[in-house]
Design a protein around this ligand. Structure first.
Ligand SMILES: C[S@@+](CC[C@H](N)C(=O)[O-])C[C@H]1O[C@@H](n2cnc3c(N)ncnc32)[C@H](O)[C@@H]1O
Length: 251
């Protein structure tokens, strides 16, 4: 499949989720959106801090819980969706900080913007764009977070290279993502639906970490790792999908 075709399938899937026409994207760990969020590491308090419509249950971690965000920092969320992590980050960086969410799906950006306005989040901004060509100035960001998104791009090196460009010297990343342990069946790799489910585009764990190093990052560390399994997931994938949370620095 061509890269542009993959993007169109992904935009279609997440557009439907943003408009409320579908619920889950990535295979769910539980029967409800809340269960899905709790299963990947959010707490019940986290979910109360953000607008309900920002919670889609499509992440594979809780990046702001591990990013050590502090008052006044500028944060960028790659593939922000409806903004669950943008709003959590906004609470942590406060009024002197700023959070930018970037997403390629128009209806996601629209939903994030509407929620920000409705709930009075003055320190957040949602921008339409690709993570491979970030609509963000160079060396302006302290921390880049992301939740279950980089697996969706066919060009992961371009994304991490862009992330390095927009980070200030000394800046850091805290990325939650799906990676693989072992070969995935070729028909899964070739499936558009499996791309949109965050599975077909997942890279082997070591290759993923090496891609981050190749983009120029230092101290690339897996902060936590757990098997990613979901009811209804193809039995051939059991034990082969991992949720990793990776920290690294621009030195
Ligand atoms: C699995 S959802 C995660 C959304 C959000 N991070 C969350 O946890 O709720 C993936 C999101 O990434 C966006 N996305 C996928 N590929 C992208 C790309 N290349 N550039 C920008 N956004 C992308 C999709 O539109 C979708 O909103």
């Amino acid at each position: 499949m061509k890269d542009q075709d993959i993007k169109e399938v992904i935009k279609d899937r997440y557009g439907k989720i943003a408009r409320g026409e579908q619920t889950f994207c990535c295979p769910s760990c539980g029967p409800t959106v809340t269960d899905q969020c709790l299963a990947v590491g959010y707490t019940a308090e986290d979910l109360q801090l953000v607008p309900e419509l920002a919670v889609l249950g499509v992440g594979c971690g809780n990046p702001t819980a591990l990013a050590d965000l502090t008052e006044g920092e500028t944060v960028l969320d790659l593939g922000a969706g409806a903004g669950i992590d943008v709003f959590l980050a906004a609470k942590k960086v406060g009024q002197n900080g700023r959070v930018i969410g970037v997403d390629m799906t128009e209806d996601m950006v629209a939903r994030g913007r509407q929620l920000a306005q409705e709930y009075g989040f003055g320190n957040v901004e949602f921008r339409l764009g690709y993570i491979e060509h970030l609509p963000v100035d160079s060396a302006t960001v302290d921390v880049v977070i992301s939740n279950c998104v980089i697996n969706l791009t066919p060009d992961k090196l371009a994304s991490f290279t862009e992330v390095r460009r927009v980070l200030k010297a000394g800046g850091r990343i805290l990325i939650a993502d799906l990676v693989t342990a072992g070969e995935l069946p070729p028909d899964v790799r070739a499936s558009a639906a499996a791309w949109a489910d965050c599975l077909a585009g997942a890279m082997a764990k070591e290759a993923y970490l090496e891609t981050i190093r190749s983009a120029g990052f230092a101290e690339v560390t897996v902060v936590s790792e757990s098997p990613y399994e979901a009811p209804g997931m193809d039995a051939r994938l059991q034990g082969k999908i991992l949720s990793v949370k990776v920290r690294a620095f621009k030195r």
